[in-house]
Every structure is written in structure tokens, then in C-alpha cells.
Design a binder for this molecule. Structure first.
Ligand code: Y12
Ligand code: CO
Length: 171
């Protein structure tokens, strides 16, 4: 089932998501719905709060060298914790909750991630490149933070003006 995606400035996006403790069929169906929702919107990453469920779950499906997303590359990440972040990179980010806007954001270049899979099994992942950036973007959602909050004062002002204008034009 495709779920509605919450968009900025909806206040729900500011919610701090809660630890997952039940790794049951309900969670599995919800993760399947998140995947369907993300793919139907051409996303590569989605946090559960973006579909109004404040639990610490994110999914990522990074495109291959062919530019296509393959389900075997889907990563379901529950209760993530970042360890040993290293280096810094600038990358132009986008977010399904901030449609139509892309901005350069600084992130760690690489990191090690500790998390649980859909069955509650502990997992460890070393991430670099876009995977590392997308993980940080999605974990920020779990803390109620959007990438636009990392912009400078002036870039944020410009964004607010342009976003409001785009919203008005949509109506
Ligand atoms: C850098 C950091 C984090 C990510 C992962 C999360 N972001 C996305 O998956 C964004 C997807 C996105 C898709 C859009 O829709 C289309 O391209 C058809 C989009 O465009 C509009 O909303 C108009 C914007 C964002 C990725 C990179
Ligand atoms: Co996002």
C-alpha cells in the first residue's frame, strides 16, 4: 500500500522517533509499505516519520552504476547508531518531504552503522559515498531534523521564500 508522504512545514516532521521493540508482522507490513511508497515517488531513502509513523526505522535503496534501483540493494535499518564518523563531504541533497528543492549539505564521508534488521538481528555496516550521506540524512529525520536546517541563514531565507512561492503556485 502506498502511504501519503508528509511534507514541510508539517510539524510532525519535528517529532523524535521512538525505538522499535516489536519486530512482528505489523512492522514487516509497514516496511513493505514504506518500500512501495518510496519507489512510487522515485526516492532512494525514506524515514518512517515521513509517512506519519514516529518509529526508528529507515529504508534505503541506492541506485547501481546503471542508475537503476534493484530490490536486492534495499537496506532496512531499525534503531540505527552511527559509530566512527570520518571526513567531510558536500553533496546536493533532496528529500521527498521537501519536494522540488535540492541544496548542498555537509556530511561525514564515511561511517560505521550499528542497527537491527526487520527480525531484530543486530547488523553492522560500513558506509561511504551516497550510502553514507543518505544514512545521515535519514537518521536526522529520526531526530526530527530536515536537511534545510543545516543551511546557512541566507540560504535558508532564500529557500523559505522560494518554497512558499512554489506552494502557492501549486494551488
Ligand atoms: C542525498 C541525501 C539523501 C537522499 C535520500 C533521501 N532523498 C530522496 O530520496 C529524494 C527523492 C526525491 C525525489 C523526487 O522526485 C522525482 O525525482 C520524481 C524529488 O522531486 C520532486 O519532489 C519534484 C525530490 C526528491 C538522497 C540524496
Ligand atoms: Co528526507
Amino acid at each position: 500500500m502506498i502511504l501519503p508522504i508528509i511534507t514541510y512545514p508539517d510539524k510532525q516532521l519535528k517529532t523524535r522517533s521512538l525505538e522499535v521493540t516489536n519486530f512482528d508482522g505489523l512492522l514487516h507490513r509497514f516496511l513493505d509499505d514504506m518500500y512501495e511508497t518510496m519507489m512510487s515517488s522515485n526516492g532512494i531513502g525514506l524515514a518512517s516519520i515521513q509517512v506519519a509513523n514516529p518509529i526508528r526505522a529507515i529504508i534505503l535503496c541506492i541506485p547501481d552504476e546503471d542508475g537503476k534501483q534493484h530490490k536486492e540493494n534495499l537496506i532496512e535499518i531499525i534503531n540505527p547508531v552511527i559509530h566512527t564518523p570520518r571526513g567531510n563531504v558536500l553533496y546536493q541533497e533532496g528529500c521527498l518531504s521537501v519536494p522540488g528543492f535540492y541544496e548542498d549539505v555537509e556530511r561525514y564521508e564515511s561511517l560505521t552503522l550499528h542497527y537491527q534488521d526487520r527480525h531484530g538481528e543486530p547488523c553492522v555496516l560500513h558506509a561511504t559515498d551516497l550510502l553514507s550521506i543518505a544514512i545521515q540524512h535519514e537518521i536526522d529525520h529520526l531526530e526530527g531534523k530536515l536537511f534545510i536546517e543545516k543551511l546557512s541563514y541566507y540560504r535558508r531565507k532564500k529557500f523559505e521564500k522560494e518554497y512558499k512561492k512554489a506552494q502557492k503556485e501549486k494551488k
